[in-house]
Structures are given as C-alpha cells and as structure tokens.
Design a protein. Structure first.
Length: 117
C-alpha cells in the first residue's frame, strides 16, 4: 500500500498550489479520502474529506472557498487545489485513505507547503 503526495513547495501569499496523492495497493474507489495538515508545533488537523464516489465533500472553515478537493478513481489519485494561500496555510500536508467497513487507514509521507513572501 502506498500513498504518495506531490505538488508542495514555496509560494507567495495569494498564490496557488495543486497537491496530488497517488494511491496504489488497495481499492482506491472504495475509500474515503482526506487531506490533513500539520503546522510546526501544532496538532494535525483535518482539512477536507471526500467520499469514495466523489459526490460529498466537507471542508474545514479555515479553507472553505479557497481549497477544492477532487478525485479521479480511474487514476487512483486525489487532488487538492489550493488558491489564495495564506501564511497560516504553511504546514506539511498529508493524504489519508480510510475504509471504516474493514477498519483500514493509510497515510502518505506528507508534502511541505510554505506560504511566505
């Protein structure tokens, strides 16, 4: 099982980044997918969740209207489009796969996003 995030980097405030998380080794289309983030010295927080079919999403208030999650079940990939980035968005972003029916949870290794001028 692998979840591999990519797309992080350094961006100026107001800029955009698109994160990707490529999954392998499990039945991606059967899993809810989430993006979490963890800023230095803080607890990991849930950013957004998308259902297995992609028809339901739920965003943290801090990112509503700026971030968009999507998934391509044919490519086993979930995306996070991040617009109007703020310094407070600086964190390591982690991809998470969850299937509660079989009690399975997988994590990626994380990708650093730094928003700074």
């Amino acid at each position: 099982v692998q979840l591999v995030e990519s797309g992080g980097g350094l961006v100026q405030p107001g800029g955009s980044l698109r994160l990707s998380c490529a999954a392998s080794g499990f039945t991606f289309r059967s899993y809810f997918m989430r993006w979490y983030r963890q800023a230095s010295g803080k607890e990991r927080e849930l950013v957004v969740h998308i259902s297995s079919g992609g028809d339901s999403t739920n965003y943290a208030d801090s990112v509503k209207g700026r971030f968009t999650i999507s998934r391509d079940n044919a490519k086993n990939t979930v995306y996070l489009q991040m617009n109007n980035l703020k310094p407070a968005d600086t964190a390591v972003y982690y991809c998470n796969a969850r299937n509660s029916y079989i009690n399975a949870v997988y994590w990626g290794q994380g990708t650093q996003v730094t928003v700074s001028s």
